[in-house]
Design a protein around this ligand. Structure first.
Ligand code: ZN
Length: 260
């Protein structure tokens, strides 16, 4: 009989994780500015600064105005990974058209000590969370035999929709590298509002490279997971957002093509 799990030991790994309840603390919230569907439609300029964004969370991912690279944040540090492969610390007055953050308060901790594919790691996180209907934030610090990323290329007006904008997006492959994965898993019912399923960004330990993660193979790493059941969205107060087409028949396939 064929085992339906990509890794037969997923439930054993999940059971090995430490879990604790954070008594007396307010529940974690997933905060986002704008909508994934707005980004798909070409709304690449937002009105929220990084300084403002950090009030809503110290951990997350997104992009920058003009679609100028990938945003990755953790420990309140925000980095910008650009299409030329460079990375830099972000200044507080830079703005984002789409970002997702949380005050990261993990309640599940564990280690993966054997090489795992992206799908095997995701299966462990699914098992830890238990339900497909809640949100989750996770962080993995580890060593990777390979991480494949892309970075969105900076756009100039007039903006083209995202699928056209990323036709020539650069793809980077990091071999034998160590770094941090910052990710969210969102329920299928928020496709268009956010990205359904896993959305992960990566930065190397030397903070010199990374991007939106397409694939990876983990050698070993430390995993922290937070289950989240509260979502808050601030819509941009811009003309472009108000005029955007935010729902279309092919939105789901466009997001899969752009973010998969
Ligand atoms: Zn991304």
């Amino acid at each position: 009989m064929i085992n339906p799990n990509p890794c037969s030991c997923v439930s054993d790994i999940a059971r090995s994780f430490t879990r604790f309840v954070r008594d007396g603390q307010t529940e974690s919230e997933l905060y986002q500015t704008s909508l994934m569907s707005a980004l798909i439609d070409g709304v690449y300029d937002g009105d929220m600064t990084i300084e403002e964004l950090l009030k809503h969370g110290d951990f997350g991912l997104g992009t920058f105005n003009e679609l100028d690279g990938e945003l990755v944040a953790f420990d309140s540090e925000v980095h910008q990974l650009r299409e030329d492969g460079s990375a830099r610390a972000v200044s507080p007055d830079q703005k984002t058209p789409f970002a997702v953050v949380t005050h990261f308060r993990p309640t599940m901790f564990g280690s993966l000590n054997e090489p795992r594919t992206k799908h095997e790691v995701q299966a462990v996180i699914d098992e830890l969370i238990g339900s497909p209907n809640v949100f989750c934030a996770f962080r993995i610090d580890g060593q990777f035999s390979r991480v494949e990323t892309r970075t969105v290329p900076r756009q100039t007006l007039p903006y083209r929709p995202m699928l056209q904008a990323i036709e020539r997006q650069p793809i980077f492959a990091f071999e034998e590298t160590s770094g941090t994965l910052v990710g969210f898993r969102c329920p299928e019912y928020v496709q268009g509002i956010n990205v359904a399923g896993f959305h992960v960004h990566f930065i190397t330990d030397d903070r010199k490279g990374g991007g939106h993660v397409l694939d990876y193979r983990l050698i070993e790493g430390k995993v922290e997971v937070a289950r989240i059941s509260r979502l808050r969205i601030d819509l941009p107060k811009t003309d472009h957002f108000e005029r955007a087409t935010l729902h279309s028949e092919d939105m789901a396939s466009a997001i899969e093509a752009a973010e998969g």
